[in-house]
Every structure is written in C-alpha cells, then in structure tokens.
Design a protein around this ligand. Structure first.
Ligand code: PMP
Length: 396
C-alpha cells in the first residue's frame, strides 16, 4: 500500500536527509560525552555541540551560542522559561501574562502554577483572527509581573502575533518577554534583537530535524535574563539543564536550523503559493468554507478551514488512507472537545467541529496539493450529500 500524502507538518516533519547525515557520526564513531575533558572523544562531541549552538543562535539573531540552552524539545523549553523565571523572581512577584491560544505546554503550565497558588495569571483574549493586542499586554502588566509569554505563531491556525510590538511593550515596562517560536523558526524571519525577545523556545522536529531536541534562547545582556533550572545535577548547559547532552539530537537541531534559514527565502514563498492554490481550489469548488486565522499574518505552510455541515473527524477518517491531515480540534481523552484555539477566536462549536488543518512543508509538491484538494472536495460533497442540515441551508 502506498503511504498517504503527508500534509500535517505542524504536528511533525520528516527528517531532512542532510540532517540525518550530520547526525549519524555522533551515534557511531563520535559517540563521546561532551563533558569528557580528557580525550578526543569528549573534545569532538563538545566541538560539535558548540558548533550547533552557533547555528541555532545565528538562525534567531542571538548574540552567540552562550545564549542557547539545549533541551528535550519545546515543551521543556516552555516549562523552563516559565517556571525558571518565576522561581528566580519570587521576591519581585508571581504574575504571569499569557494568551488564550498558547500551546498546552505554555497554557497548562501557567494554569497549574496558578492552581497550586504559585502564580497569578492573566490570560489575554485574542481577536477574531487569533491575535493579541499589544495594548492589552501593556494594560495587563503590574509591578508584580515577572514574565510575558506570547507565542510567535499558532500551531493550529498559523496566526502570527505582533511579536515585535509586544517585545517593545515588555521592554518599556521592564518585564522579560518569552515567545514560543516552535512553529515560526525557519518559516518566517525571527530576530530576538530586532523583536525585543528575551526568551525563545524552539524544537528540531518542526523543521525537518529529530524529535526530542530543542532549545531555549536566554538573553545574556541588555538585560540579562535570570532563571533557575528545572533539572539539577551535573551542571551542564551553564547549570540551566543538567544531564548528558543528546549530542546527535543537538547536531541535528543545529543543522536543521541552518538549512531552514538558508532555504527560507525560497521555501516560504513556494509554500505560501501552494497553500494559496489549495485554498483557491477548495473555496471555488465548495460553498460555506470559512478560513480560520488571519488572512495574511499567517505561517506560509498553514491553512485552516472549516467546512460547514461537515464533521471534520468524519472527513479525515474517510481520507486517512490517502491524506494525512489533522482537525483543528485536539481530541481530549474520551470526549471530542472542540479546539480551545478556535473557541478563543469566538467560533461556535459547529464551526470548530468542522475545521481541518492543512500543514504544508519542505517536501510538499504541487501535485500533492492538487490530489489533496480534489479528494477533499469530493469527500466534503459526499458528506454534505448525507446532511439534512446542509440541504436545508441550501434551500433557504
Ligand atoms: N509549542 C508549539 C507552538 C508547538 O506546536 C509544539 C509542538 N506541537 C510545542 C510547543 C511542543 O514541542 P515539542 O514537541 O518539541 O515538545
């Protein structure tokens, strides 16, 4: 059986062959521990890790590798940023500012801190396109605020927040600004200096790198960001993340960042134009299709649509042998909860249950887009043909 066309690049991505090639020696002959100071095995591993640190730093405009802390992925980076800064600033206060559409590794972390009485929390609303108003960030900051955490780009709807404006507000108010840039790095320009970002989370597996490798950027000056570690032990990563480094993963992350940055000027417009073609085909063939997220301020590879009168779960079930897609809604355990992201945009349950996320990426081709568009059109028509509500809506 042929594998379905993969169009779920926000969930994860295939590892680029060049990334794998860079990683392989660090499973084999260069298996050393970078903390081993007394022999070339250690030295080679350390040199590779430091090279990766520079590759990551360059990709996000950081001052240098010393501002990069390697982690086990963006969930860990987000936890480290939020809990680490909160812990360090206990004397100042415990107020966190975030927004309603954050990834669970931000919003659930903040909520659990609040529940345990360790933090006070302001969750800012978003507008109908999923964007936070920088003025609302300004208004939410109090003398006790220790961190503003607003994501760069949303993983469901692809909406890009006004990050530079939020960075300016945070700087003016003297509060560190963390952004979860997991979906943005390598897709759109990210520059921690120009955008006033103090902490930034990223993950290798969203940019054709390996799973389980990520990083947190921590600003070293103007001003220096202070935080405490989640994991203590051998004192690796300047004491911020103990544990023997995942050298192959880190090498893969560095190379994936480098390739993504090099490819972006060509890849971003290519994906945006494929995505637009997909959107045009679907919306011209089908009526009652709603775009979720911002029409222009969105990731080039993201399209999120609601097909009214179609349960997206049924649609994807019918298609999953041919196309790997995902619903905008995350299924939570037994119940099929509509997406909290779409809810935050003010959507009713019917539209939220009808949403499909198309995620295009490096290896997506025009031919694949055309096949997917044709299959989705056919299935939406078939399912609507079974819907009395749709027939009624058409007749009225
Ligand atoms: N933040 C965002 C915006 C994401 O999309 C993801 C991955 N779904 C994460 C954080 C978590 O990343 P990881 O899988 O590396 O823990």
């Amino acid at each position: 059986m042929t594998r379905p066309i993969y169009m779920d690049y926000h969930a994860t991505t295939p590892v680029d062959a060049r990334v794998l090639e860079a990683m392989l020696p660090f499973f084999r002959e260069n298996f050393g521990n970078p903390a081993s100071r007394n022999h070339p095995y250690g030295w080679d591993a350390e040199a590779a890790v430091e090279h990766a640190r520079e590759q990551v730093a360059r990709t996000i405009g950081a001052g240098g590798g010393k501002e990069i802390v390697f982690t086990g992925g963006a969930s860990e980076s987000n936890n480290l940023a939020i809990k680490g800064v909160l812990e360090f600033h206990r004397d100042k206060g415990n107020h966190l500012v975030t927004c309603a559409t954050e990834h669970r590794s931000v919003i659930d972390t903040c909520r659990s801190l609040e529940r345990r009485g360790l933090a006070r929390l302001t969750v800012l609303p978003v507008d109908g396109y999923g964007r936070v108003d920088p003025r609302a960030v300004d208004a939410a900051i109090t003398p006790q605020t220790v961190l503003v955490s607003i994501m760069f780009a949303n993983n469901e709807i692809g909406t890009i927040h006004p990050v530079a404006e939020i960075g300016q507000v945070a700087k003016r108010r003297g509060v560190p600004f963390h952004t979860d840039a997991t979906q943005a790095v390598g897709k759109v320009p990210v520059d921690v200096e120009a955008m006033g970002i103090d902490l930034l989370s990223l993950s290798a597996h969203k940019i054709c790198g390996p799973k389980g490798a990520g990083a947190l950027y921590v600003r070293a000056r103007n001003p220096r960001v202070r935080l405490l570690p989640l994991i203590e032990g051998g004192g690796q990563e300047r004491g911020l993340r103990s544990g023997t480094l995942n050298v192959p993963g880190i090498v893969g992350l560095g190379r994936a960042c480098e390739i993504a940055a090099e490819a972006m000027p060509e890849e971003a417009p290519r994906l945006a134009s494929l995505r637009d073609r997909l959107q045009r085909t679907l919306t011209s063939a089908l009526d009652r299709v709603v775009l979720n997220g911002h029409p222009t301020e969105r990731l080039p590879g993201n399209l999120n649509l609601s097909f009214r009168f179609v349960e997206s779960e049924s649609l994807l079930m019918a298609l999953n042998r041919e196309v790997a897609l995902s619903t905008g809604s995350a299924c939570s355990s037994a119940t099929l909860e509509p997406s909290y992201v779409l809810r935050a945009l003010g959507q009713g349950d019917d539209l939220a249950h009808a949403s499909v996320r198309f995620g295009l990426g490096r290896f997506t081709t025009g031919e694949e887009v055309d096949v997917v568009a044709a299959r989705v059109v056919a299935e939406v028509r078939r399912l609507r043909g079974l819907s009395a509500d749709y027939a009624m809506a058409r007749a009225s």
